[in-house]
Design a protein around this ligand. Structure first.
Ligand SMILES: [Zn+2]
Ligand SMILES: [Zn+2]
Length: 338
């Protein structure tokens, strides 16, 4: 079968490889669409500490069921499905504690184990989610990134009527803003790129701030009537944005960190105490796929607003390279397979 194969960092190609072996309780899926994520770019650049090589990348995967294990009752051949790519052990402390997304022995498809940029993939039954007919394939590949955004928002315990500042208007930030809108929250998007802020406004975000051109603290103060934001979702991983989140948040507020910084970031911890902040990390997602699929199916979240373009499978290597050189030109790129 065809697969996007990273022989090592910097060496990406369409390769012809053997189809994966079947295992008990696994579903064989013919991949129909797969998203290109920042972590795929890190795998290509060799900057991800988690990826091992050689590796088939891709973890934002939708496809069609080709084969089910004997006795399977809920899934049938031909069903359209989305894959939850975080294969957890079920035995470690976080797993026992219903935090399988931070399993100590986590195997994420496309990162620790081979991913979805291939014609076929086997995946554990309990991590395969059936989706209704009629949703375009490129939209279905957005189900996984939407769960990441939902998890970041859920970790912050954001509630209707509160203000949420979202720093970083990439796919995760923009999907977090759309998810916040569905729960009755007015997001305030902060990003230094005007084009991205324009995309946020197009997706229904009323408040946008370019922190290079405006005093973001003053603008947030004005919007929130002096309180500042009850919640900040940090979705950029940028050191200055992470530092600023402490200024954007209200006293007794919450900060959810989903952006992954490249280096250690120094922070004034005295302000954590002074403001009595709840600061949480958000990694992968937990039990969010059913709702994510529903939000997409019912058009409550406009995933198309995040898709820069949809390409063919063969175009993936060239696009991955181009994104690595010109990341500012892209939000989300989805590859569709025939
Ligand atoms: Zn991703
Ligand atoms: Zn575990």
């Amino acid at each position: 079968m065809k697969a996007i194969y990273l022989k090592e960092a910097g060496n990406i190609q369409v390769a012809d490889i053997n189809q994966p072996e079947s295992k008990a309780d696994q579903i064989l899926i013919r991949v129909k669409s797969v998203g290109i994520c920042g972590s795929d770019i890190s795998a290509y650049l060799g900057t991800s500490p988690l990826v091992t090589y050689p590796r088939i990348i891709g973890h934002e995967i939708a496809g069609e069921v080709v084969e089910v294990p004997a006795g399977e009752e809920l899934l049938a051949v031909g069903d359209r499905v989305v894959l939850e790519p975080y294969v957890y052990c079920g035995k470690c402390y976080p797993c026992r504690n219903k935090r399988t997304n931070c399993c100590e022995n986590l195997n994420v498809r496309g990162v620790h184990i081979d991913g979805g940029m291939a014609e076929y993939v086997y995946h554990p039954r309990h991590l395969v989610h059936k989706v209704p007919a009629g949703i375009p394939w490129n939209h279905l590949a957005m189900a996984e990134p939407l769960t990441i955004s939902m998890h970041a928002v859920n970790r912050s315990r954001l509630q209707q009527g509160e203000y949420a500042v979202i720093t970083g208007c990439g796919p995760i930030g923009l999907l977090a803003a759309q998810y916040a809108l569905t729960i009755g929250v007015k997001p305030i998007m902060v990003d230094p790129v005007d084009e991205r802020l324009a995309m946020a406004r197009k997706a229904g975000v009323e408040y946008t701030i370019n922190p290079v051109k405006e005093d973001a603290v003053e603008v947030i103060k004005e919007i929130t009537g002096g309180t500042m934001a009850e919640v900040v979702i940090e979705a950029s991983g940028n050191a200055a944005a992470i530092r600023s989140s402490i200024d954007y948040v209200a006293y007794s507020g919450r900060i959810s960190l989903v952006g992954y910084p490249k280096n250690e970031v120094a922070l004034p911890t005295a302000l954590f105490t002074k403001k009595e902040l709840d600061i949480v990390g958000a990694r992968n997602s937990f039990q969010a796929f059913a709702q994510s699929i529903r939000l997409i199916a019912e058009n409550k979240v406009d995933v198309a607003a995040v898709i820069t373009k949809t390409i063919s499978f063969e175009e993936i290597p060239a696009i991955v390279h181009d994104i690595s050189v010109n990341p500012g030109n892209y939000m989300k790129v989805i590859a569709e397979l025939e």
